[in-house]
Design a protein around this ligand. Sequence first.
Ligand code: ZN
Length: 299
Amino acid sequence: MLHLPLARAQLDRKAELRTDPLALQQLESNGIFYKFYDGNFFTADGGLAKFAFDQKPTGEHETFFLGVDDSGVGHFLWSQKDAPSGDVQLASLRQIAGAISATEIGIAVQGQGLALWHGSHPRCARCGRETKSFDGGYLRRCDEGHQHHPRTDPAVIVLVKDRQDRILLGHQGSWDEGRFSTFAGFVEPGESFEAAVIREVQEEAGVGVTELVYLGSQPWPFPASVMIAFEAITDDPERARADGSEITEIGWWSRDSIKADIDSGRLRLPPFVSVARAMINRWYGPSHREDLRSKDSWR
Ligand SMILES: [Zn+2]
């Protein structure tokens, strides 16, 4: 399995407490709170800023229950609507993911995923009435009683290899020059993960793949995905071509050529927190990995 940087959550989510208002009140009274505003966390000393219950935001905000730590302390997110005043430090998950602890990573991906879902679902999709948050943030409900639960959209991501153990990477037209990554796409209704992998590679790179191997998954709350990672083999490497719309350039790399192209600046790899980077590092191999790890990446 892959070691994935955003898949390290450590809190016990205690889902049974979400519908127990008294238990939640007790946890809140001596809980730890994190603040989130407009896609950013409040930060302090390079990590997430921690607040006590009596430091709650003065303006409009929603409280989400994230879970309980080993000491039995509850952790919560305050998602606030009003811009913070005073001297506060804000940072995005992408900016801080490489520097914060596993516990904080778990809190951040869960909290951001919840906050972004709530922010984009102020009204009922069935009747259009306003909705409110219930169950510690795991339910929104309108006055008609229509219920809506936080969504996570599955997306597959695949490292395509040939029989010579080269890897195929693609470049999107909207990206900076030299930026390449693995192939990825959303799972469509009625589709298995495996079928989605085969379809995405066929669409974007024009080749069929077989011998799919599941490598792991990690949350990707930008805004609401979970990435499901596979490796796959193609027997037709010479037939690979960019689709010309989403993908404008593709290339095959061996371990030697990827190192040479990174060193020369021709190739820039995905960010360290991404599944794509973890798959490329794993393929490159433990004996070489430090070489790739030390290289700069795009965000
Ligand atoms: Zn409704």
